[in-house]
Design a protein around this ligand. Sequence first.
Ligand code: FUB
Length: 329
Amino acid sequence: MNSLPKANEPLVTHIYTADPSAHVFEGRIYIYPSHDLDHDGPDNDNGDQYAMEDYHILSMENFDSPVTDHGLALHLDDIPWASKQLWAPDAAYKNDTYYLFFPARDHAGIFRIGVAVSASPAGPFIPQPDYIAGSYSIDPAVLVDEDEQAYIYFGGLWGGQLEKWQTGVFEPEGEGPAPDQPALGPRAALLSEDMLSFRQEALEISITDAEGRPILAGDEERRYFEGPWVHKYNGLYYLSYSTGTKHTLVYAVSTNPLGPFTFKGEILSPVIGWTTHHSIVQFADKWYLFYHDCSLSGGVNHKRSVKYTELKHNPDGTIQKIDPYPFSG
Ligand code: FUB
């Protein structure tokens, strides 16, 4: 149960974990991952293989101390509005309260985003009775800015259904834009003071090239796919995400938390397994990338493991690209 963390190695091996959202709360590193489940169900582009039912929160005092699994933090059975698939969560702290934001399919099979609350960063978390009004798709990531305004970023294509929301309502047959059209961007909304609702309708984040032209849907190296994360460094907002069909981690930068964001470059090459998903966090004077891959399970897509490695910003603010397998020769 308690293992010592090692860079580029699975953080824990007693359960499969994915989609790590890392934060420093109360001086300790907390990781909010998905909890991958073993099963014999279908594996497809709809994401049916990701049949997760609960969350376990991990934490460690620092990078030289054991990892604690705090046990069951929230179960599908306790969420009245959700039917299945507890996917990538994130957590935030405000109002002396910890908030866990999580996606799941509602009883109509549509992905929505819910929120659960706790007095402790380790949970257990008590879910609100309904999903956040106006929420849809997957992969919530929350930034509480220095002025205490909280922003939620979300959205993922294919299994995450983002392309089905282009008209503002759920279109079951909705498809992504043509390759020569602007790519779909992640969505963002300001959260209310109590963190339980959107202050306004979610808007689409624009990601452009250096000349201000929108990144196109056919641009597999740069277009948005899923897994948004925003961190702030030297006053700039860094939006990082998984790209196209290659699933490289890339980033774009803005002076405004709602963009537009200018594409900058790659953070992490594709990892073993079909997905990539990450978070970026500062601890003491260093920055870290938390990510996942399927090396522990020998490449089984729905049996992933959370890992971490150091992330470095260059003096000009760009991020040094990371090799997920630095010791593989
Ligand atoms: O874990 C299920 C889904 O896989 C996540 O929501 C995506 O970001 C991808 O990692």
